[in-house]
Design a binder for this molecule. Structure first.
Ligand SMILES: [Zn+2]
Length: 477
């Protein structure tokens, strides 16, 4: 029976977040239980392949990962590869924009270490997020590199499974392909690069079409992750050919040229506005609910999620029936633990993780308290709903990304009771789009601020569009 080592380590980093990520931010599962967390399991099982489990570790996006925390995960994975493992393949599900303190790209370091352990003749297949900041080290050590085709992401399962199928093909046909990467100097915030609209709608079709070229195994476009200050933060095209690299190189260059040529057409899919204007637009909108995203403090892009900037703005002139979902604040949670539902509660909210974040005093009433699941749905966090000046605010002990109606409503509220819902996202997640009548992205300050020129990048390769505009780039010969 053939044997495949499987593992997953997923976190998107934001190097502008003041709060580093640590081991305990992850939900980690080891042993056979991890096989239930990855979508490749049924594909390998159906092919009669034995899986050697290592680790599944997932965290909501956050600040750069502490070196010791990363090394602990790396060791956990490597320790599962015994010297007599006799592996036929390695399948990994990684984010691609994991930035580790002092190490840099976590994916590059991890895949290189696994390669050293398994040797050059075992194919390694890596499934990645659309926002991966790829490296040549990763290309040199993996045989298959395959990414999501959608943003907002809806094809996580498919991508994992396709990557597993490609690995099986490599094993069956004795292929050891070498991925080819071409990087056009583009780096868009994720909100400017969504696949439901042009130019990406057509470009992603072109990427899919490249896979129909004889001899090409797979082709992917990666938007990159703009809030990581690293030399590898940039868009990339990755094409993998069965044998050799000539056709892959030709396709990757051709695609990179197509992306570069339409760079001026990238734009925000969501309606956008300055924060005050976003509130005015939502109030004037006859349909409801209207979702406003507090994009600068976007938890799903790694921002702390503890800024009270938007709440402060709302409190100046509170609109009717508005829900803020949510703000991370341990001080607030501790205050809420001391009172019963209906009681008065006072605490400072904001700026617990971000020293530059807005902090405001909040004097309100406790409406609800309990536990809610975090984004992974794997763990619970303490939460409370506090009403202040008619505004309802979900407070959470941990950083929380409210990306589904169920996650919001787990805090004892009903979305249909509100006219306006504020969430800490950039583009509105798909499940929320389905229940919203209108969504407006507010340009708020924070570590995921949409105006990249506000950040002082030190390691990023320049020039890169749209941060830099007046330069030319020719597809490499
Ligand atoms: Zn992503």
């Amino acid at each position: 029976m053939r044997k495949v080592l499987v593992g997953a380590l997923m976190q998107e980093s934001n190097s502008f977040s003041p709060r580093p990520s640590v081991w305990s931010d992850f939900h980690a599962v080891t042993g056979m239980d991890m096989l239930d967390r990855i979508a490749a399991t049924p594909v390998f099982a159906a092919a009669g392949i034995e899986m050697v489990p290592t680790l599944y570790a997932y965290s909501v996006p956050g600040g750069i990962l502490r070196e010791d925390s990363y090394l602990r995960f790396k060791k956990q994975m490597l320790d599962c590869i015994s010297d007599d493992a006799a592996l036929d393949g390695v399948w990994l599900y990684l984010h691609g924009a994991l930035e580790v303190e002092r190490i840099g790209s976590g994916e590059a370091d991890l895949v290189r270490a696994i390669r050293q352990k398994v040797g050059v003749n075992v194919p390694i297949a890596v499934a990645l997020d659309f926002h991966a900041n790829n490296t040549q080290v990763l290309m040199d050590n993996a045989n298959i590199v395959y990414g999501y085709r959608t943003a907002p992401h809806t094809d996580e399962t498919e991508t994992q499974q396709n990557t597993a199928r490609l690995l099986i093909r490599c094993m069956e046909e004795g292929l050891l392909p070498r991925p080819v990467m071409v990087r056009p100097p583009l780096l868009f915030p994720g909100e400017m690069a969504t696949t439901g609209i042009e130019p990406l709608l057509s470009l992603m079709r072109e990427v899919a079409r490249a896979e129909l070229t004889e001899g090409i195994l797979c082709a992917s476009f990666f938007d990159g992750m703009a809030w990581v200050d690293a030399p590898n933060s940039m868009a990339s095209l990755v094409v993998v050919e069965e044998r050799g690299m000539a056709r892959a190189e030709k396709e990757a260059k051709r695609l990179a040229g197509l992306f570069w040529n339409v760079r001026e057409q990238f734009r925000f899919e969501e309606e956008t506005a300055q924060p005050e204007e976003a509130v005015r637009m939502a109030v004037a909108e006859p349909e409801e609910p209207v979702f406003i995203t507090d994009s600068g403090d976007n938890v799903t892009a790694g921002a702390p999620g503890d800024s009270a900037y938007f709440l402060q703005l709302l409190m100046e002139n509170p609109p009717d029936r508005v829900l803020v979902a949510g703000i991370a604040g341990r001080r607030g949670m501790e205050a809420c633990q001391q009172v019963s539902v209906g009681g008065a509660v006072s605490f400072d909210i904001g700026g617990e993780m971000d020293p530059d974040g807005v902090v405001i005093p909040l004097n309100g009433f406790l409406k609800w308290k309990g536990k809610i699941p975090d984004k992974s749905g794997e763990r619970n966090t303490e939460a409370a709903v506090v009403e202040v000046k008619g505004i309802q605010v979900i407070i959470t002990a941990e950083r929380c990304a409210f990306v589904t109606p169920e996650s919001i409503e787990s805090a004892g509220v009903r979305i249909t009771d509100y006219k306006i819902v504020i969430v800490k996202q950039g583009y509105l997640y798909d499940a929320l789009r389905r229940v919203s009548r209108r969504s407006i992205m507010a340009f708020t300050p924070g570590s995921a601020c949409q105006d990249l020129s506000r950040f002082s990048y030190k390691k990023l390769m320049r020039p890169v569009f749209p941060l830099d505009k007046d330069f030319n780039w020719d597809v490499p010969e």
